[in-house]
Design a protein around this ligand. Structure first.
Ligand code: 0A1
Ligand code: ZN
Length: 885
């Protein structure tokens, strides 16, 4: 790419308020099969004078449209009265107040980017976050321009009887020529990214919700008629979310109707458009034959997430896109808290931390690392990241830990009260927390502006004579792009000290009065690079249980030996740390085996580890869901993160070896547990049942790791007796991934179960694409020629290309480099149609420097090949150029 064609970087420091405000917008959509015509009428007012000549040019963002006319205060403008640039429309110096009418058209049927107005199957729909509105009409497409919308939609009555937009429906009826119209009005001023429109022939599941103040809200879930029966779980999730947000945070819904539409072609999970959420079908549709337990849970959490945005995002929105985590980090925190209340607190916490560690930590350690509040970007769509979402949520969680639940609630109440109807910054959020709690959070702000995962090292020393224990904590943070030095963070470390029976001992800090009983857990606040905490009355050296509940997003080295880890795995009263200790123990054992393999030594799985694993399996005091998590071995990705240079082949070989060893050495125990955790009765999604299934299916998976035929028979029976997707998938995954004799027959049979549901088919595709077998790549190529595959559908792209390149490390990272060449080829093919999807895929190679030299060079070559292409999107350009820097 030539230098002049290089995309521009945008900077937070360049923020300037909008020169013109929009006090009202009226949109009229005339939808046809070949084109969509949009008439936009804007009431605009100048906010201030800008340049030295006293002129304030009006610049409206716009992209990929045909402009038909511009009319100012009723006068149609000549074409020389304005300038049309590739990305905007400029009117040199309009009056102080004026009405502007703009007529444009576009071709939704050709819009494969799934941004702006596009078609998904037989329906029209929109996606405007972050900058999709500018593909619909010329407009100041930035979140700090908020306006009330009135929207008229006209379309063919027979094909599109359902016409939806934001707010309340105020009019509608028939038109000549077999057409029909509807008018929608949204009284709440909103930024353009929250605009939505849907036109289609849709079925609807209806219900209602009475708010805490007694208002009735109509709830409407739209999907293809044949899918409406699969919307009940989502509807229940919506009602639970509405009640929960009232009870936990005092937030009530504000319109008379709340609509959700399920769409098959969608780049992300879902979108919180005001009063009219648009969802990927994956997060709405479920029945026992199509969705797994964890997908039912995914629906709960995404429905909640989008609903919670109504306050954290819509009523109070972001001033600019650098503030994205203001709405996303806060809303993820809120949906995590919701799931924690409806499923199980510890299980939810462990799963959230697993996501953070497997996706955000690597991002924070790689070439695209950025702060929770980035200070620059080329393409904002690349910043819907694990850092902005999940680390952002951890930062909000730390605020709650530091301020206490009540203090946090007071802060949030004040934030909503002060900023309702405004577009604000992270700074305003922190200020509200400070003001409501009378507490300065100056150092805490560094979490928003410094990238990188801090490391904390802990050391204990005990003086028997004075019965004094000293805990010394030391923090550091590695350099990240553009940030070589870091200031120390303000880190809450939830701490307990366990005696030899595993009981938490009272923690009395030196100098504290002993009038009141000391707590057995405390949140220590580490602020300096190194700090020591002294406790009195500690008779013996305890075992530390630090960072309980994962109280901060850091990497902790508590300097524990394997015996201490085994002790905590069995005894820690904090369920998170119990899980954590088991994971750390398993990681160390596996890394030891990686080293042995590299030396050419024979491999031997330590008996102590097998004993600890058995003890956990048989610990009936531990809830099955937690037990399943505690017995899930660290992933190959996790092992690779801990190697000096990642070696996918070694990680795969050792994980397979350990699984096979556990299979053989614990066969009887696994079989007993497998039978004990059968769930009686017909399938229904319920957290307790799901926990039992998870444990039982984990046992089945391990039994099959020994590759013996009795286990395969057990799995075949499990498959044929199953009345649900969770069990079916659990039975066939080890058979297909192990390349066992019945594999091909099961692939064919499973297809029949999946054929009528796109979401079920995604699993049929991805189970094959992630099979770590030698012929994985040719199989993937064959899958891409299957009649049910389409490169235009993001779910299918994720199910095949994503599952292979992101979920099959041993085959993707094949030493031939064929996997990398395949990915590069697919990225280029995708980029022409859907840059967002292409950028997400290419990011799978961004951390090439972390890998074995031979692999790194091969990946680098493919990235360079991509960068030399002429017509690269900003999305892909940004990821690839940063990766190669
Ligand atoms: N705001 C949505 C996610 C979302 C973001 C971007 C999109 O297109 C680029 C689409 C959806 C959420 O947090 O759920
Ligand atoms: Zn969100």
């Amino acid at each position: 790419m030539s230098d002049s064609a290089k995309p521009q970087t945008r900077y937070l420091k360049d923020y300037a308020p909008p020169p013109y405000a929009v006090s009202a917008i009226q949109l009229r959509f005339e939808l046809f099969e070949e084109s969509a015509r949009v008439t936009s009428t804007l009431e605009m007012q100048r906010q201030h004078r800008q340049d030295e000549a006293g002129q304030t040019p009006l610049m409206l963002d716009g992209h990929d449209m045909t402009l038909h006319s511009v009319t100012l205060d009723g006068q149609k403008l000549d074409t020389d009265a304005y300038i049309v640039e590739p990305e905007r429309l400029v009117i040199a110096n309009p009056p102080e107040r004026f009405t502007l009418e703009i007529v444009t058209s576009s071709k939704p049927q050709d819009n494969a980017s799934l941004e702006g107005l596009y078609r998904s199957g037989d329906m029209f729909c929109t996606q405007c976050e972050a900058e999709g509105f500018r593909k619909i009409t010329y407009y100041p497409d930035r979140p700090d321009v908020m306006a009330p919308y009135t929207v008229t939609i006209e379309a063919d009555k027979a094909r599109y009887p359902t016409l939806l937009s934001n707010g309340n429906r105020i009019d509608g009826g028939d038109l000549p020529d077999g057409r029909r119209f509807a008018v929608w009005q949204d009284p709440f001023p909103k930024p353009s990214y929250l605009f939505a429109l849907v036109a289609g022939n849709l079925g609807c599941l209806r219900d209602a919700f009475i708010t805490q103040s007694g208002r009735r809200v109509a709830l409407e879930l739209y999907a293809r008629e044949q899918d409406v029966a699969q919307c009940h779980h989502a509807m229940a999730a919506l009602k639970k979310s509405m009640r929960w947000d009232e009870e936990r945070f005092g937030r009530e819904y504000d319109l008379d109707v709340y609509m959700i539409v399920a769409v098959g072609d969608f780049n992300m999970g879902a979108m919180e458009n005001k009063g009219l959420n648009i969802f990927n079908t994956k997060y709405v549709l479920a029945n026992p034959d199509t969705a797994t337990d964890s997908e039912y849970e995914g629906i709960d959490s995404v429905i909640a997430h989008e609903y919670f945005h109504n306050w954290s995002g819509n009523r109070v929105t972001c001033r600019d896109w650098f503030q994205l985590s203001l709405k996303e980090g806060l809303t993820v925190f809120r949906d995590q808290e919701f799931s924690s209340d409806i499923v199980s607190g510890p299980v939810q916490r462990i799963n959230d931390v697993r996501v953070l560690r497997s996706h955000q930590f690597p991002e924070d350690a790689g070439p695209t690392a950025h702060p929770v509040q980035p200070d620059s970007y080329i393409e904002i769509n690349n910043f819907y990241t694990n850092t902005v979402y999940n680390k952002g949520a951890e930062v909000v969680r730390m605020l709650q830990t530091l301020l206490g639940r009540d203090g946090f609630r007071k802060g949030l109440d004040l934030y909503f009260e002060r900023h309702d109807g405004q577009a604000v910054t992270v700074e305003e959020f922190i200020s509200a927390m400070e003001a409501a709690n009378g507490r300065a959070l100056t150092q805490f702000r560094l979490w928003y502006v410094q990238a990188g995962t801090p490391q904390v090292r802990a050391a204990l020393s005990h003086d028997a004579a004075s019965q004094r224990l000293t805990l010394t904590l030391r923090q550091s943070c590695p350099a990240t792009p553009g940030q070589s030095f870091k200031q120390p963070f303000h880190i809450p470390i939830a701490t307990a000290l366990l005696d030899q029976q595993g009981q938490a001992i009272p923690l009395r800090l030196v100098g504290e009065s002993n009038a009141a009983p000391a707590p057995t857990e405390r949140v220590l606040e580490l602020r300096a690079t190194e700090e020591s905490f002294h406790f009195d009355g500690v008779a013996q050296m305890p075992t530390p249980s630090l960072l309980r509940g994962f109280s901060a997003p850091v990497k902790l080295d508590a300097q524990l030996d394997n015996a201490q880890l085994a002790f905590l795995w069995a005894h820690d009263s904090d369920p998170f740390n119990r899980w954590e200790s088991g994971q750390e123990y398993a990681t160390r054992v596996m890394l030891g085996l990686v080293a042995a393999r590299a030396r050419g030594d024979s491999l031997n799985l330590d008996e102590n580890f097998v004993d600890a694993f058995r003890a956990c399996l048989q610990d009936d005091a531990l809830d099955p869901a937690l037990r399943a998590l505690a017995l899930t071995l660290p992933s190959e990705g996790h092992l690779m993160e801990r190697m000096t240079l990642a070696d996918p082949q070694a990680a795969h070989a050792i994980r397979s070896f350990v699984r096979a060893q556990l299979s053989v050495r614990l066969e009887a125990e696994l079989l007993t547990a497998y039978h004990a955790f059968r769930v009686a009765g017909a399938y229904r999604y319920a957290p307790l049942d799901a926990g039992r299934r998870a444990l039982r299916n984990l046992c089945l998976d391990l039994l099959l790791a020994g590759q013996d035929s009795a286990a395969e028979t057990l799995a075949l029976n499990h498959y044929h007796n199953a009345d649900n997707m969770t069990d079916r998938l659990a039975a066939i995954t080890p058979i297909i991934h192990g390349g066992l004799p019945h594999s091909d027959k099961l692939i064919a049979d499973f297809y029949i179960h999946c054929a009528s549901s796109a979401n079920a088919l995604d699993k049929w595709f991805s189970i094959q694409a992630s099979a770590p077998l030698p012929d994985a790549l040719p199989r993937v190529r064959a899958l891409m020629t299957h009649q049910d595959f389409s490169l235009r559908n993001p779910n299918k792209v994720r199910a095949v290309i994503g599952a292979f390149c992101g979920g099959n490390p041993v085959r993707f990272h094949d030493a031939s480099g064929a996997g990398y060449a395949f990915l590069a080829e697919q990225v280029l093919a995708l980029d022409a149609a859907n840059p967002q999807a292409a950028a997400r895929m290419v990011a799978l190679m961004s951390r090439w420097r972390r890998f074995r030299r031979d692999l790194a060079e091969l990946m680098q070559k493919q990235l360079q090949r991509i960068l030399t292409q002429d017509k690269l999107s900003n999305d892909v350009y940004e990821i690839v150029s940063k990766s190669l820097n």
